[in-house]
Design a protein around this ligand. Structure first.
Ligand code: FAD
Length: 390
């Protein structure tokens, strides 16, 4: 009988990737954490940390060497970001970096013209310019393709009008990918993307949001009022916006969550250590099944998060589409991070609930992961759609 040919995938990190992850952990512990609690209280962005990350190479991990980057493959980038997630306790800085890399650099890398790459990638890779993307509007969040921001062609410029909300990095960004409608008669094919610089006439930043977590990450409203964008700043063809958004989301919904996985690995280790040394009723709390099973569940979530993250990242590194896998990765890792934070607090009792330890900060940061890049409910809709159910 003819056996069916099967392909086995190897998701283990190489020695070099593991060394890079270790280097990122050490770098984060040494350079990014001092003063983090105070910055969290002050809702202050860590500009010095941003610059140190750029020197370390984080901003340019995926950027070709000719534009000043390290030109790493996606899995090596994931390993480094996992290391940062493990070693850095400034979740806002990590989120800001993630937004810069996955929602700005990556689409320019994939869809930019040589001129656009030459103009923007060197600054994005060395951290002297900050990026992000602006899709969400006050009346269109989950229904992203319903947006109303308009771009009307006028000679060799586009005139953009609209308001974007909840835009990560907006108060500091030098350049944002702005999604706008160029043809209202076509839904998906009527969207286009523009590289909008903060100096363009008609661009301004509105109110900044105060969030439950991610407090050191600047986030706010973007107002486009007759904003003039040169035609050469359109990313991709007219009408390519939905395709660019979908491509970007596949990276964002998988690779962005490497920092979450790193954080979960650290939290798990701390829980194991604590459960072994904290004694109540004359024995370690970890010897109670209710605690050891909680930790076993945490470990399971970490391992499964790692598998789905590496699988989705591997698919992207092979140039494959990964809409379901990235939706599953996003959904599973974000929900797991929240649950593992809750479990860590419970295992540490009163100390876990105290701001002395970092678990409550992790919890506040983790909840956002269930909302940005498409909510958990929307990820389930995507998975169900691909299964032919919706
Ligand atoms: C920290 C943070 C950072 C962000 N950064 C950015 C950014 O950089 N750029 C950007 O463009 N946007 C950004 N966003 C916005 C984010 O993408 C939206 O908040 C998200 O897509 C949800 O949209 P909404 O807030 O309008 O909620 P809504 O779409 O109004 O949803 C409200 C609730 O209804 C549910 N719901 C809606 N439709 C359905 C449906 N069809 N089926 C089932 N349930 C449904 C949702 O799941 C949710 O629970 C960010 C948000 C946060 C919190």
């Amino acid at each position: 009988m003819k056996t069916k040919e099967r392909q086995y995938m190897d998701f283990s990190l190489t020695e070099d990737q593991l060394d890079f992850k270790k280097a990122a952990i050490e770098f984060a512990g040494r350079e990014l954490n001092i003063g983090a609690k105070q910055r969290e209280k002050n809702r202050e962005f860590n500009q010095a940390g941003w610059e140190k990350c750029a020197e370390f190479g984080i901003h340019g991990l995926l950027v070709p060497q000719k534009y000043g980057g390290l030109e790493m493959d996606i899995l090596t980038c994931i390993a480094a970001m996992q290391g940062l997630g493990y070693g850095c306790c400034d979740g806002g800085l990590l989120f800001s970096l993630n937004s810069h890399i996955w929602t700005c650099e990556m689409p320019i890398l994939k869809f930019g013209t040589d001129e656009q790459k030459g103009k923007y990638l060197p600054g994005l890779a060395n951290g002297t310019i900050k990026g992000g993307h602006a899709m969400t509007e006050p009346d269109f969040g989950s229904d992203a393709f319903g947006i109303k921001c308009k771009a009307v062609k006028n000679g060799n410029t586009y005139i953009l009008n609209g308001t974007k909300t909840f835009i990560t990095n907006a108060p500091l960004a030098d350049i944002l990918l702005v999604f706008a409608v160029t043809d209202a008669t076509k839904k998906f094919a009527g969207l286009s993307v523009f590289l909008v610089e903060k100096t363009f006439p008609g661009f301004s930043v509105g109110k900044c949001e105060e969030l439950m977590g991610l407090k050191t990450c600047p986030l706010g409203e973007v107002i486009l009022q007759d904003c003039e964008v040169p035609e050469e700043n359109r990313l991709g063809g007219e009408g390519a916006g939905a395709a660019i958004f979908n491509s970007e989301m596949e990276y964002e919904r998988s690779c962005l969550f490497a920092t979450h996985l790193g954080a979960m690995e650290k939290i798990l280790e701390e829980c194991i250590d604590y459960a072994k040394v904290r004694e109540q009723f004359g024995k370690p709390i970890g010897s109670n099944q209710s605690i050891s099973h909680k930790i076993a569940d945490m470990k399971m979530r970490v391992e499964l998060s790692r598998l789905i993250l590496y699988k989705a990242a591997w698919m992207k590194s092979q140039g494959k589409r990964a809409p379901i896998d990235s939706a599953i990765a996003k959904l599973y890792i974000s929900e797991s991070y929240v649950q593992n934070c809750l479990d860590a607090i419970q295992i540490h009792g009163g100390y876990g609930y105290s701001t002395e330890l970092d678990f409550e900060r992790h919890l506040r940061d983790s909840v956002a992961g269930k909302i940005y890049s498409g909510t958990s409910e929307i990820q389930k809709n995507i998975i169900a759609q691909f299964l032919g159910l919706l």
